[in-house]
Every structure is written in structure tokens, then in C-alpha cells.
Design a binder for this molecule. Structure first.
Ligand code: ZN
Length: 189
């Protein structure tokens, strides 16, 4: 189900009134509609199964054993505690077993799961789980590095602070393998 824009518009007009603003003044008149549109985009992933992006994975025969690493996938999400955006980059690694997928499909998985009210920790886990279910690989490692609006713009206002989270499955849960991939992620910078 797509988000209910009419309800969002009414709620935003109510918030504007509640902060002591005049929702009818020219600068704010179109704001409820604009916010409803942007929420439609920010939460579009609620209506999509991320594993669908991996349905056309290509058989490559058993146990290639070689790593696939996609670095620096830009993503944006919305923290579920404050409804403020968090922005970052994702690094996705997997060791194929019998299937690989077009590289463009991996950012689509990230986009879909990020377009929901989220916590970075759960977002990381859900990406790893979608790759595990969709590709049945020998191992998965997901690393997210993000800056949170609720940390930079309010509360402690730590504008330089970013949060790194990690989730792994199978062979890439081993510390030695993980360290190797972390070195690859950081190499050439
Ligand atoms: Zn927050």
C-alpha cells in the first residue's frame, strides 16, 4: 500500500499550527503537500519486498568461492525515533555459491530497505538477510557508515560523528575474512 498522502497533509498542517505557525501563510501553504510527496518517496520501500530485486540471479555453477564487493553505495533512510533523515554509504560483500546477481540490483536492495522508518542496526541486518535469502551465498558482509540527522541537528549536535554498523553471515562472519574485506573497503583511498 502506498502512503496515504491526504492524511499526511492534514497531519503536517496540524504540526505547523501546533508550533505556533500559520499554515495558511504563503510560504507554508504548499508545505503539507510537499512533505506528503517527500514521505511518499522516503517510505516507498514499505510496499516492496527487497528479495524481489534478486529474483533474476544468474546461475554460475557451484562454489566459485570468489568474493564480490560493491563499495560506496550511497543511501538515505529515516530514523524511526525522530523521523529525521540519516545519510551514508553501504559496502556489500558476498561469496556466491550457485548464483550471482547484476551489480545494479544490490543498490536496489539497499534503497528498498532504507525507504522505511529504520534504525541503522536493523537496516544493516535486513540487508544481510535479504542477500542471504535471495542469493543463498556462502557468506555475506554488510557495512554501513552513516551520519544521523537526529545526532547532528539536535540533541548532542555531533556534526562530525558517523556511525558504523556491520552484519555478517556464513563464511564472512569469520574475523580473518572480515578483516580482509575491511582492508579492501579502505584500500585505494
Ligand atoms: Zn533518531
Amino acid at each position: 500500500m502506498a502512503v496515504d498522502r491526504v492524511r499526511i497533509e492534514a497531519a503536517v498542517a496540524e504540526i505547523l499550527a501546533a508550533i505556533g505557525e500559520d499554515p495558511a501563510r504563503p510560504g507554508l501553504r504548499a508545505t503539507p503537500r510537499r512533505v506528503a510527496e517527500s514521505y511518499g518517496e522516503l517510505f516507498a520501500g514499505l510496499a516492496v519486498d527487497p528479495v524481489d530485486h534478486l529474483r533474476d540471479a544468474i546461475p554460475v555453477g557451484p562454489h566459485t568461492g570468489e568474493l564480490v564487493l560493491l563499495r560506496d553505495i550511497a543511501f538515505r533512510s529515516v530514523c524511526e525515533h525522530h523521523l529525521l533523515p540519516f545519510l551514508g554509504i553501504a559496502h556489500l560483500a558476498y561469496v556466491p555459491n550457485e548464483r550471482v546477481v547484476g551489480l545494479g540490483k544490490l543498490p536496489a536492495v539497499v534503497d528498498t530497505i532504507a525507504a522505511r522508518p529504520q534504525m541503522q542496526e536493523r537496516l544493516t541486518e535486513e540487508i544481510a538477510e535479504a542477500l542471504q535469502i535471495g542469493l543463498a551465498p556462502l557468506g555475506v558482509l554488510v557495512v554501513l557508515d552513516a551520519v544521523h540527522g537526529c545526532v547532528t541537528a539536535r540533541g548532542s549536535r555531533q556534526t562530525a560523528s558517523s556511525t558504523v554498523t556491520m552484519a555478517s553471515r556464513g563464511s564472512l562472519a569469520e574475523p580473518v575474512k572480515r578483516a580482509e574485506i575491511m582492508a579492501l573497503i579502505g584500500s585505494g583511498r
